[in-house]
Design a protein around this ligand. Structure first.
Ligand code: AQP
Length: 340
């Protein structure tokens, strides 16, 4: 069988399960913005169906969806350059998700570390949706035949599962229909850690607000959170190797590098020997300088829910135009009769 060449296309998504964090920004959104200028079609989605895999208050979910939409636009996703919408308005995601539930194997899902982390000891009480989440994520990506998926390190395993699903589908049905998608995990801050515990990642839904920087935090709050961020007593080392075994210190250096668009080595070169009393305020100033313009614009956009909804609807129409024919062809390959 001749190998199909797929047009390069970028897809990625973000859950409206709380306010956006610095982890979402540095791990994903910043790269999404850059990819708009790299000659590929870019499709970005507020994945509300993923958010409800854990309980969401309906009012908060609606507000959160608009907030994430505003955050993406404020950070530089241009609805004229990218297709930007919320997942539930394009039913092809859920429909293809079902097909992929029937392709993915239970053994594969059992290996997903995010499910283990999120379900914890209460796995019996977790929703079936939380367990099946990675198959829906595969559908999000493959409904567009996306070839590149920019994500943070935490999503790598799910993109690998997407590749496994595409490979099995193509093999089982003897087609070369779905592309084998590449994860794009780039930059100095692909895994931003919790400010209070360097062994856990920074999350929107983490227990304490002090463990994360929210995109809407004001300058005083950002300064307070970095000041109280857990570190060790040692100053910054002379070389990056000196951060081995110091996860909290490494995290703050990586955050600085991500915000300043420089390498962690360059941060160390500038701050070698500095104590936290010097480094933390510098980091807070940098974070405020980068985030304040985004949060101001976010607030302005959030004041006009009607306009955000209109943009989501328009993006959903554009997304539907790509995903529907791919879904119809999938149904056809699978052997589902389509007679109307
Ligand atoms: N701490 C992080 N460091 C780097 N990248 C991160 N991302 C999330 N947290 C970090 C990246 O942000 C994108 C969107 O993530 P998501 O909202 O779909 O889900 P998530 O990874 O589960 O994010 P959260 O913040 O931890 O949400 P909750 O707490 O609701 O589960 C992804 O590309 C992700 O890699």
């Amino acid at each position: 069988m001749a190998e199909t060449t797929f047009t390069p296309r970028v897809f990625s998504g973000i859950k409206p399960s709380g306010g956006l964090t610095l982890g979402n920004y540095l791990g994903a959104i910043k790269r999404w913005v850059e990819m708009q200028g790299e000659g590929m079609e870019t499709i970005y989605c507020v994945v509300d169906l993923h958010a409800i895999t854990v309980w969401q208050d309906p009012h908060d979910l609606r507000a959160g969806t608009r907030e994430v939409m505003a955050g993406l636009i404020a950070a530089g996703i241009d609805p004229e350059k990218s297709i930007l919408f919320n997942q539930s308005q394009v039913p092809a995601h859920a429909e293809l998700g079902w097909i992929f539930n029937c392709v993915a194997r239970v053994g594969w899902m059992n290996r997903m570390t995010q499910f283990k982390d999120k379900a914890g000891k209460n796995a019996e009480k977790a929703s079936l949706g939380l367990y099946a989440y990675p198959a829906l994520m595969a559908a999000d990506i493959l409904a567009y035949h996306a070839t590149h998926v920019p994500v943070g390190e935490d999503q790598k395993q799910h993109v690998e599962l997407t590749r496994d699903i595409a490979t099995k589908f193509n093999h089982d049905y003897k087609v070369d229909f779905f592309p084998i998608t590449e994860p794009v995990i780039e930059g100095p801050a692909t895994r931003v850690m919790n400010l209070r515990d360097g062994s856990k990642k920074m999350s929107k839904s983490g227990e304490s607000d002090m463990e994360r920087i929210n995109m809407l935090d004001d300058a005083a709050t950002i300064a307070k959170k970095f000041k109280k961020a857990r570190t060790d007593p040692d100053p910054l080392p002379e070389t990056l190797d000196g951060l081995a075994g110091r996860p909290e210190a490494r995290n703050l250096v990586d955050i600085y590098a991500g915000l300043a668009d420089i390498t962690p080595e360059a941060v160390i070169a500038e701050y070698a020997g500095a104590g936290w009393g010097r480094f933390k305020p510098a980091l807070a100033d940098l974070a405020v300088a980068k985030l304040a313009p985004i949060s101001e614009e976010m607030k302005r956009l959030m004041a006009d829910a009607g306009e955000l909804d209109r943009l989501m609807a328009r993006g959903a129409d554009q997304a539907e135009a790509i995903a529907r024919p791919i879904l119809e062809r999938t149904y056809d390959i699978v052997g589902l009769v389509r007679s109307r």
